[in-house]
Structures are given as structure tokens and as C-alpha cells.
Design a binder for this molecule. Structure first.
Ligand SMILES: *Cc1c(COP(=O)(O)O)cnc(C)c1O
Length: 359
């Protein structure tokens, strides 16, 4: 791994190292029967450690967006409070709308974090049964204070909390039980450093109870079906068994590194990138910055698209701003299995290309 040259410095999908790819390359196994059951059982227990929970955790054959749909379908029959601080949390709000769920958006300007007081205020005014929050808003680089938001939500007995941990899980502390999160979900192509194709989620007993009473929740993402099949160490439909086998391998590597060490490594890479590029202002507000992605303001009129093309010619890729923030910002992902020396090497290239543009 030490002389391997990663290419992906975008905030997902992230670089997948050869040993993880090799773990996918064995013969395809049946999605039923003892072989897959053994793998699934291991993944179930590894996921509990990763999510910091005793609640059941499941892999799903889906992009993470599927689970954004799952949470509104399984968890709300009254009204949702969808906090919105950027493009991914906006997507969660839109998914509620498209599913015909009553929903209010609680919006903050991009770059700002959702504050617990705002959630408390909104909850005191409406008859909600679910709050949605993104942990690391990958489009703005903000890390929301989930623990504090969860405390506020916890003051309301029948309000559940669903948290999008797609670009935080395995790169920043996520503590489902300590923080009292009802459903936390993620993909595997961000800080888990795997190819895209599976999503992961935890379900609290309250959330499962809510799902049991829910009408019109469909089949594919019904939590009840996941629980029923999990009792047999299986998945509801044909899972991607190659990815599942690789997931067991990669979760083994992640837990062997140690979650605390992994979080620390991400924080160190973030600090390094921000220090070295300190001539650029950061987009997210201070004290609420995600350790997995740095979003910089482009205030000096750099042509970000051209800079990306120049860097791409060296075999490396970083990210333009997301959506409306394109060209106004640029994004560097420092997550997954990337190490400090990879970031050093990437920034050497980045600075060379930047200098060559005359900036
Ligand atoms: C990448 C990302 C998603 C979407 O993940 P998909 O697997 O593409 O559906 C959702 N939320 C956040 C915060 C993300 O970073």
C-alpha cells in the first residue's frame, strides 16, 4: 500500500486500495445458504461496532439515497422536520416531498451548521414525528452537532431522529447509542473506502416499532423485512455478495486500525490540507468543519474546472464545488484509506498545477 498512488481526492467515491478490490474477486457465492450467512453474521456484528450501537445494523443493496427514502417511508406518518444545510440535506427534504409525506424544511444558509436551538424552536411549534439531519454535509463541508441536536429531539417522546452519516461514518465519530440516534445510515463509497453499491443502516427499537405500524412503506426498504431476514443472517433480496464479502474484509481492516485512530487520522489530514492551503478561506463556519472533506472558497477567480483538468492530467482528481457552489468553491476529500503522505503528494501536484495557471 505504501507505494500505491491513489487517484481519487474527491469527496466520494474515494480511492479503493488493491487489497480491498482483490477481496471482491473471488467466485460469486449464493445469496442464500451457509456461506452467505456466515459472512452476513460477521458483517452484522462488525457494523454494530462501527455505528457504536447494540441496535441491529443492516447492509442494503442500494445507494445511500435509497436509505434517505427508507427513513421517510418507515418512520413518519405525521410530519417531518427536515433540516437543510446544503445539497444532500436538501435531497432528503425533496425525497419526503416526493413520497407525499407532510414535511417542513428548517433551512440554514450553506456553510452554516444546524443549531440545536433552531431544532428546539421548530419542534415546539409543530406536530412532528421525525427529524432528519445530515451529519457531514459533503456539499458545504459542514459537520453538524448531532449529539446536541439529538438531546433536543430526545426531549420529545414520539419524535424520532434519522441521521445521514454518509460522509462521516468511519471518518468521524458516530455514536448511535451514546447520542440516541434512531436511524443512522451511510454508503460504503466515502470514508469506508469501498466501491459504491451497498448502503448501511442502524435501527433503534423505537424506530422498528414505528415501522411496524406504518402503512404504504413499500417492500424494498421495509425495515420489518430486513429484521425478519436478518434473523436468518440473510438479506431481503439478492444482495451484492461480492461487495458483502469485501465489506467484511474492509470492516476487519477498519476495526483493526481502530476507530479512534481512524478518526484521528482524518482530523490530521484535514488540518494538514487546511494549513497548507491557508491562502484560501474555508467555506464552512469555524468549529463546524467536517474532518473528511475541505471546502475552500474560490475568491481569487481561479478557473476551477481548468485546474481540475490540469491536475487530472497527472492522474489525480479533486472536486469542483457542488451544484450552485460550482466554481465558487472547490473540494478536496481526505477520507477513507488515504494516508498523510498521499495528501502531501496530492498537494504538491495541486500547487504545481495552480502555479502553472499563473495563480
Ligand atoms: C454521497 C452522499 C449521499 C449520496 O450517496 P449515494 O450513495 O450517491 O446515494 C448522501 N448524503 C451525503 C452526505 C453524501 O455525501
Amino acid at each position: 500500500m505504501s507505494d500505491y498512488k491513489p487517484r481519487l481526492f474527491i469527496p466520494g467515491p474515494t480511492e479503493v486500495f488493491p487489497e480491498v478490490l482483490e477481496a471482491m474477486a473471488g467466485p460469486v457465492i449464493s445469496h442464500r445458504g451457509p456461506e452467505v450467512q456466515e459472512v452476513t453474521a460477521d458483517v452484522f456484528s462488525q457494523l454494530k461496532v462501527l455505528f457504536g450501537t447494540t441496535h441491529p445494523c443492516y447492509p442494503a443493496l442500494s445507494a445511500a439515497t435509497g436509505l434517505m427514502e427508507a427513513v421517510v417511508r418507515n418512520l413518519s406518518n405525521k410530519k417531518i422536520l427536515a433540516t437543510v444545510c446544503g445539497a444532500f440535506s436538501e435531497r432528503q427534504y425533496q425525497i419526503a416531498v416526493k413520497n407525499g409525506k407532510p414535511v417542513d424544511a428548517l433551512r440554514v444558509d450553506p456553510g452554516l451548521a444546524v443549531r440545536p436551538e433552531m431544532v428546539a424552536d421548530a419542534l415546539s411549534k409543530g406536530d412532528y414525528d421525525l427529524v432528519t439531519v445530515v451529519h457531514s454535509e459533503t456539499s458545504t463541508g459542514v459537520l453538524n452537532p448531532i449529539e446536541d441536536i439529538a438531546k433536543v429531539v430526545g426531549e420529545h417522546d414520539d419524535v424520532l431522529l434519522a441521521v445521514d452519516c454518509v460522509s462521516s461514518l468511519a471518518g468521524a465519530p458516530v455514536k448511535v447509542d451514546d447520542w440516541h440516534i434512531d436511524v443512522a445510515f451511510s454508503g460504503i463509497q466515502k470514508a469506508l473506502a469501498m466501491p459504491p453499491g451497498l448502503a448501511l443502516f442502524s435501527v433503534s427499537p423505537r424506530a422498528m416499532e414505528r415501522s411496524l405500524g406504518m402503512k404504504n412503506k413499500g417492500q424494498y426498504f421495509d425495515f420489518e423485512v430486513f429484521a425478519k431476514m436478518a434473523a436468518k443472517n440473510q438479506s431481503p433480496a439478492t444482495i451484492n455478495t461480492s461487495l458483502l464479502v469485501a465489506l467484511r474484509f474492509q470492516l476487519g481492516r477498519i476495526l483493526a486500525e481502530g476507530l479512534e485512530n481512524r478518526w484521528q487520522r482524518h482530523q490530521e489530514m484535514a488540518s494538514y490540507v487546511r494549513t497548507r492551503l491557508s491562502r484560501f478561506n474555508l467555506f464552512p463556519e469555524a468549529d463546524f468543519m467536517s474532518p473528511t472533506v475541505s471546502v475552500f472558497r474560490n475568491e481569487t477567480g481561479i478557473n476551477v474546472g481548468q485546474l481540475i483538468d490540469a491536475v487530472r492530467k497527472t492522474g489525480k482528481l479533486f472536486g469542483n464545488g457542488y451544484g450552485a457552489l460550482k466554481e465558487k468553491t472547490f473540494r478536496i476529500g481526505h477520507m477513507g484509506d488515504l494516508q498523510m503522505h498521499h495528501m502531501e503528494d496530492f498537494l504538491d501536484t495541486f500547487e504545481d498545477c495552480l502555479a502553472a495557471t499563473g495563480a
